[in-house]
Design a protein around this ligand. Structure first.
Ligand code: KG4
Ligand code: ZN
Length: 352
């Protein structure tokens, strides 16, 4: 079958997922292979950078082979190699960037470095019809909670971002407080479905009345004190009087649901504010937290109310993946925006 050009191979290794994908025409996903490292990091309750880089090194070539095989094309059909080169853990990024450079050089293909945050905005376009611009972009992940005005796939302006924790990070910390294990976001989401969201009134941080920025650290601390009590003592002697082990499963579910209500309310309030000032007809959502059941439900409601074309990525494209990298590279390919073999990795996003 003939595929829409360009045919791009994408690589992603910014955190704890090693991924490769082939995407045609920026939206048609021919393969999307993801090797997660959750099993390696679970005992440390968080990603250990050294372990992540080594695991990428071991897994990248098998993942790449599988992605090419599944796509049904060969390397001679490819038109470019795209790689997520920022933001992320530097050792992890370097594995993907070095591999992408080697492939681009040896197959004589152009190289395209992609900002991972921009790729999350593109995720809602995968396997979906084209959208109308300008759009509003919302990225909710382990590292980012940001709102963007997306004039076109290549013109993206930051409207607001978190001033402390990202929403995914807050979910993961809340899950640790509630003893739910790692990775916390999906576990908290699941358990919240059995809980009563009105059981505890946790703070929704709005900052000042016009702000489009987010803040989630106050919510996390409020949950900690609600679950464990106020600290006794000061400085290094301070201790918390209780912990989640003393709670029943219903009480844990109630805390989870109450946390989730406050976290997601902050998102929908800021989205409404952004829409009041930026009358767009499209809302592009991406990042790991876009897999959250309550956020998805509330966004569908908001989009219906405001007559928006809402693009929630399919589950496979919410969490880190390489299809979004290869997809986001298509507009750069069309515009001739290529990188050379000096492409480097960077810990920060260029847009957020
Ligand atoms: O986009 P992503 O895979 O990695 C980053 O770019 O950070 O996002 C990972 C984050 C983690 O914090 C994870 O707990 C969160 O997304 N997450 C969720 C859900 N699934 C993943 N948070 C809430 N509900 C979920 N269902
Ligand atoms: Zn991500």
């Amino acid at each position: 079958m003939a595929h829409q050009p360009p045919l791009i191979l994408g690589l992603e290794s910014s955190c704890d997922e090693t991924a490769a994908a082939v995407v045609a025409g920026g939206t048609q996903v021919l393969s999307n292979v993801i090797a997660t490292q959750h099993d390696l990091h679970a005992r440390y309750a968080g990603v250990v950078p050294e372990i992540a880089s080594r695991a990428h090194l071991e897994r990248l070539i098998p993942v790449l082979r599988e992605a090419l095989q599944e796509s049904g094309i060969t390397e001679s059909d490819l038109q470019a190699i795209a790689v997520g080169h920022r933001p992320g853990l530097i050792g992890s990024l370097l594995v993907g960037v070095s591999a992408a450079k080697a492939l681009a050089w040896s197959w004589s293909l152009p190289l395209i470095g992609i900002d991972h945050v921009q790729a999350h905005i593109h995720a809602g376009l995968l396997e979906a019809p084209p959208v109308e611009y300008p759009a509003l972009g919302l990225v909710v992940s382990g590292g980012h909670s940001s709102l963007f005005l997306v004039q076109s796939p290549l013109e993206i302006t930051l409207l607001g971002k978190t001033i402390d924790d990202a929403i995914g990070e807050a979910y993961d910390k809340a899950a640790t407080i509630l003893n739910l294990g790692y990775p916390g976001g999906p576990k908290l989401d699941a358990i919240a479905q059995q809980g009563d969201a009105s059981a505890h009134e946790l703070p929704v941080s709005l900052l000042d009345s016009q702000s489009l920025n987010f803040s989630f650290s106050g919510l996390k601390t409020a949950l900690l004190y609600a679950v464990c009590g106020q600290p006794i003592g000061r400085g290094s002697d301070a201790r918390l009087p209780r912990n989640a082990e003393q709670l029943s499963s219903q009480q844990i579910a109630d805390f989870a649901a109450s946390f989730q209500l406050a976290a997601i309310r902050a998102i929908t309030i800021k989205l409404n504010r952004a829409l009041d000032h930026n009358p767009v007809s499209t809302l592009l959502v991406g990042g790991g937290v876009s897999a959250n059941s309550r956020l998805r439900r509330d966004l569908v409601e908001l989009a219906e109310h405001r007559h928006l074309d809402l693009r929630l990525p399919a589950m496979d494209f919410c969490l880190d993946n390489a299809a979004m990298i290869a997809g986001a590279a298509a507009p750069r390919f069309e515009a001739g925006l290529f990188d050379d073999l000096t492409l480097s990795a960077a810990p920060q996003s260029a847009i957020s």
